[in-house]
Design a protein around this ligand. Structure first.
Ligand SMILES: *Cc1c(COP(=O)(O)O)cnc(C)c1O
Length: 381
């Protein structure tokens, strides 16, 4: 039996310390025992989000629920917002905002482009009535990292405009300083950097975002932020939460705190660098541009004459290594190696080795071993 490696940017591998707690018998959620879990989770998330000023709320849903919550809690129908789009998840934000009747302006970039903060500055200068700016920090579809810090400095100057950041594959992989950078709403999902199964999402809400909430007239019920805040005053949740996942989150956050946020980010930077050096040593080309490469996922062009879908299939079927293919226009044209969450050096070595073996099988002309060697050179420093 082949050992399995899940090298995708969500879901990501779950540490055994987390898995085992989830196997314990169910507990009731209106108990002092669970109240303590809620308290621990909120406190741990504030540490990971690097915030003291914002409230952090947890929802039982996938990341998209957190995205929807940011729209329904900050805006009213007809409000003008700006969404920067350089990948699939920026597009999803546009679909959600339009579904709720917002007047959406978009800054559209290619999937291999980084959002330019000066474009956002120019838009806000020309449209000072804009109520919100939405940017994806780490575009999981393209591996592109946008400069949230620089955009935060721009949006800060507009009193009634909130800065909403989809950091679903940013949190825990790259720096995301909620308070210091002036981020009003930041979100993540459990199956990404938090090392849990899918099913939970977390959102941070700054005082400025709470002022937007007070103005907001969009209908909301399950995702009404105030309901969750009120319950949190009693260390509980308004509805039955995903109890096992919350218990797992408590453990995962303890593991993250033991390692320390700066070390977690440094580990991800090193895994990403080794992956990039490894694939480049095989003569393959990175998809994301040099000026904006994140630490969560490394997308790579499938070389000329090689079937990208077959490559993903061989790696999984023969070598037990699951990587992700490309999405939309890039299906079959790129593959994506995830290294977000519970990963170490040897996960990257195994993946590069499996990639080399699959490329040999597909007849790609290169010198096997060079990718692994290049990654080892990064790890030996
Ligand atoms: C995974 C992800 C989401 C949310 O997707 P769900 O499938 O709803 O969890 C949103 N944005 C980004 C950047 C993501 O990577």
């Amino acid at each position: 039996m082949q050992k399995k490696y899940l090298m995708t940017p969500g879901p990501t591998p779950v540490p055994s310390e987390v898995l085992i707690t989830q196997a314990r018998p169910m507990i009731h959620h209106r108990t002092p025992e669970f109240d303590q879990v809620v308290r621990n989770c909120i406190e741990g998330l504030k540490y990971i989000f690097q915030t003291e000023q914002s409230d952090v709320l947890i929802f039982s849903c996938s990341g998209t629920g957190a995205m929807e919550s940011s729209i329904v809690n900050c805006f009213s129908a007809g409000d003008e917002i700006l969404i920067a789009i350089n990948g699939k998840f920026g597009q999803r934000m546009e679909l959600i905002a339009k579904a709720y009747g917002l007047k959406v302006s978009t800054l559209e970039y290619g999937w291999q482009e980084v959002v330019d903060p000066s474009d956002i500055a120019a838009h806000l200068e020309a449209n000072p009535q804009t109520r919100g700016v939405v940017v994806t920090q780490s575009e999981t579809s393209s591996g592109v990292l946008n400069d949230i810090e620089a955009i935060g400095k721009v949006v800060k100057n507009y009193e009634d405009c909130v800065f909403i950041v989809d950091s679903i594959t940013g949190i825990g992989a790259v720096e995301c300083k909620t308070d210091e950078w002036g981020l009003d709403v930041v979100m993540t999902g459990s199956q990404k950097g938090l090392m849990l199964p899918p099913g939970l999402a977390a959102v941070s809400i700054s005082p400025k975002a709470w002022r937007a909430y007070e103005r907001s007239a969009l209908p909301k019920f399950y995702f009404d932020w105030k309901k969750y805040l009120k319950s949190l005053a009693q260390d509980t949740t308004p509805f039955t939460p995903a109890v096992s996942l919350m218990i797992g989150l408590d453990v995962a956050l303890k593991l993250m705190r033991e390692e320390g946020i700066e070390k977690i980010i440094a580990r991800h930077a090193r895994l990403a660098e080794a992956t990039r050096k490894g694939v480049e040593a095989l003569g393959l080309e990175l998809f994301a541009p040099e000026e904006g490469r994140g630490n969560a996922v490394t997308p790579v062009w499938v070389p000329e004459g090689i079937d990208g879908k077959q490559l993903v299939k061989i790696m999984k079927g023969k070598h037990g290594v699951t990587i992700a293919g490309g999405q939309d226009d890039y299906a079959g044209r790129i593959f994506r190696i995830g290294h977000l969450g519970h990963f170490g050096d040897f996960d990257i070595i195994v993946t590069l080795s499996a990639l080399e073996m699959a490329l040999v099988e597909l007849g790609y002309d290169f010198e096997p071993g060079r990718g692994v060697k290049a990654a080892e050179a990064v790890f030996m420093v």
